[in-house]
Design a binder for this molecule. Structure first.
Ligand SMILES: [Zn+2]
Ligand SMILES: [Zn+2]
Length: 275
């Protein structure tokens, strides 16, 4: 456990980049071997757009990282935050509690409000315009959304009282889990179901990418599935019935054009067909 903490305390940027790139490569190969949907799409062109958004997400997080570092250092030196107010506990339990709470505030709540507030939805919408969900879709976030998510992560670190190693650990897990649950792979249904009791499984997250309400507004979880179950936002549908996208933006010409995707947040809002 101590080695793990020491590693994440000073994880080199090159290792973080290698995990991101290695994860995409790993799931890309798996998608070719056991695809779930046999998409007829230009995988490279599709990946090009999503990797552009991955790159902007990395740049924004890099530029703003000092805020996160400052927050984590401040809560640690001031013993501030939920984790620091809990009674003494074994390190492993402390870590699990921290990851769970950061997942709730920094990710689940961020995602929930992105679907509830139109101002935030305008930016998050770009993630949902993808009609070919694969491992590269995981970080298809408009730069505006990357800033929104960063703000929630910072609030999460502040309220939970996370040390920086825990933030790095969470972010590393988040990258890999996001790649996993967006990957166009076919897990046995039973295995997916069992996983979905603990973590956000591929089927669970893909239901969130179904093009119509109420499914779009469900399964907000990032790593852990417990929050959707506790807050009643869990939903299920058979994977064969999934249609990816969002009903207000189904035109491939709009969804596969980078320039348009960047402009969507500033276009007039469109009403979904079901509410
Ligand atoms: Zn969403
Ligand atoms: Zn997604």
């Amino acid at each position: 456990m101590n080695e793990l903490i020491a590693y994440f305390e000073s994880i080199p940027s090159s290792h973080r980049a290698a995990i991101l790139a290695g994860g995409i490569a790993f799931f890309w190969i798996l998608e070719s071997a056991v695809p779930f949907f046999k998409f007829r799409y230009n995988k490279w062109q599709h990946a090009g757009i999503n990797l552009f958004f991955t790159l902007t997400t990395i740049i924004i997080n890099f530029l703003l990282a000092f805020i996160l570092l400052f927050t984590a250092n401040w809560v640690t030196t001031h013993d501030f935050g939920l984790l620091n107010w809990l009674p003494e506990m074994p390190m492993i339990l402390y870590t699990v509690c921290g990851l769970l709470l950061l997942d709730l505030i920094g990710a689940y709540a961020a995602h929930y409000f992105e679907h509830r507030w139109y101002l935030l939805w305008r930016f998050h919408l770009i993630h949902h315009t993808d009609t070919y969900i694969d491992t590269t879709s995981g970080n298809r976030h408009h730069p505006g959304e990357s800033v929104i998510r960063f703000a929630f992560t910072t609030i999460g670190v502040f309220l939970v009282g996370c040390p920086m190693w825990m933030v790095f650990l969470y972010q590393t897990l988040s990258v890999v889990f996001t790649q996993f649950n967006h990957a166009n792979i076919c897990l046995p249904k039973k295995l997916d179901k069992i996983l979905s009791f603990f973590i956000v499984s591929p089927d669970m997250h893909k239901i969130h990418h179904h093009y119509q309400l109420p499914y779009t507004d469900s399964n907000y979880g990032n790593i852990f599935s417990i929050w959707d179950r506790i807050f009643g936002t869990y939903s299920y549908m058979e994977r064969e019935q999934l249609i990816y996208g969002v009903d207000t933006h189904m035109d491939p010409k709009e969804n596969n054009a980078l320039g348009n995707l960047l402009k969507i947040p500033f276009q007039p809002i469109r009403k979904p067909s079901q509410e």
